[in-house]
Design a protein around this ligand. Structure first.
Ligand code: CA
Length: 379
């Protein structure tokens, strides 16, 4: 089997109620670069790239596609190494790896469809057939009702059946962050798991101070307390807090994660399958993490395709550690309005009582709805 075409679809949808996080970027649209790989066997595979879609599209079209056409999709890691070594002099991290991720995921999808197996069966097998999902939300929307809107949104997720929620923090005032987390914890009660995400807005001492204040709320983790470049700073925050520290959505490849993991700079690493290098590289990062006793709980932010790839990877990720009653790695199920996540697959990915079933169909286990794809396609 040979690849005959690599096509990038730039999809975009408008956000009705724009929201922001501690980074301060206002989300008014959601966009994705979707990668479609066609083969001479008539099998099509799908992938997705994290981050600004137009840049990913350009990188793939100008740098990668000509080197992928004519290759056997089953040579997926050979292709990965070839593309990485083609680009690493200019871009060993960032866009060059997000673009590579989309191609890698699409090649795994082709292999799954060619063998009639879901990807998780090709990468080690099913440790689990259902995933515990946590709702990501509680962004900042109405700056005059930050506490009230957080409580209302958290209660909606609880009502929908979610057993775990991740909320945004980083409002420039530790007392306000404390008050908002306290209000959410009191509203959802002690049995809903709760995590906080600062989108790397703090300095090391600010993060340690706020982390100590928040420790009383029984949090799953404190995500991205500080800027992703400062690995020594992460080690300081991680050592200072009883609370688990997480990060890694802005880190790329096994090489980018190597020092974080070897230093135990984070308790939990969160590589994103659409960013860190695709399914192939996620396996290597997870193996590194396992060898050093660091937990791996993937980050996910994107369309149904990225979500499906995350689910396939999570199904084949061992319990950390195995136990009579293990606490399996959770699925990030982002909940801000996004039709690209909700309706791009013919059979959408849904949760019930906070559980998401792992699709058993071949490849990613979803069928892309081309009518929806074309409706949101802008380039
Ligand atoms: Ca995050």
């Amino acid at each position: 089997m040979k690849v005959t075409a690599v096509t990038c679809h730039l999809l975009q949808s408008k956000v009705e109620k724009p929201f922001t996080s501690a980074r301060g970027w206002l989300y008014t649209t959601r966009a994705s670069c979707i990668v479609e790989i066609a083969t001479d066997a008539g099998i099509t595979g799908w992938g997705e790239c994290y981050g600004p879609a137009a840049v990913n599209k350009t990188l793939i079209e100008t740098q990668y596609a000509p080197r992928v056409i004519g290759r056997d999709p089953f040579d997926v890691e050979v292709v990965w190494e070839d593309l990485y070594n083609r680009i690493k002099d200019y871009g060993p991290s960032g866009f060059s790896i997000t673009a590579l991720s989309g191609i890698d995921i699409a090649l795994w999808d082709v292999m799954g469809r060619a063998t009639g197996k879901p990807i998780h069966k090709l990468i080690g097998g099913a440790y689990r057939k259902e995933l515990q999902a946590y709702a990501t939300g509680l962004y900042f929307i109405d700056m005059d009702r930050l506490v009230e809107e957080a409580v209302e949104e958290a209660l909606e997720y609880k009502e929908q059946g979610f057993q775990a929620i991740k909320m945004k923090i980083g409002l420039g005032d530790p007392k306000l962050d404390y008050r908002r987390v306290k209000a959410v914890r009191e509203a959802v009660g002690p049995d809903v798991q709760l995590a906080v995400d600062a989108n790397h807005c703090f300095s090391v001492p600010q993060a340690i101070r706020l982390g100590r204040m928040l420790e009383e709320f029984d949090l799953m983790w404190f995500e991205e307390p500080i800027s992703p470049e400062d690995h020594d700073g992460y080690a300081q925050v991680t050592q200072a807090l009883d609370l688990a520290v997480a990060g890694g959505e802005n880190d790329f490849t096994r090489f980018g994660f190597r020092d974080i993991i070897a230093k135990k700079a984070m308790d939990i690493v969160q590589p994103d399958v659409c960013a860190a290098g695709g399914i192939s590289e996620m396996r290597k990062i997870a193996t590194l993490a396992s060898a050093f006793g660091v937990e791996c709980v993937p980050h996910a932010w994107g369309s149904t395709i990225g979500l499906a790839a995350t689910i396939q990877f999570l199904a084949a990720l061992p319990d950390q550690p195995p136990a009579l009653r293990p606490m399996p790695p959770m699925l990030e199920f982002e909940q801000t309005p996004n039709p690209l996540r909700d309706i791009l697959a013919k059979e959408p990915i849904v949760q019930q009582r906070g559980i998401v079933r792992v699709p058993e169909g071949p490849g990613l286990g979803i069928e892309v709805d081309r009518e929806v794809l074309n409706r949101f396609k802008v380039a």
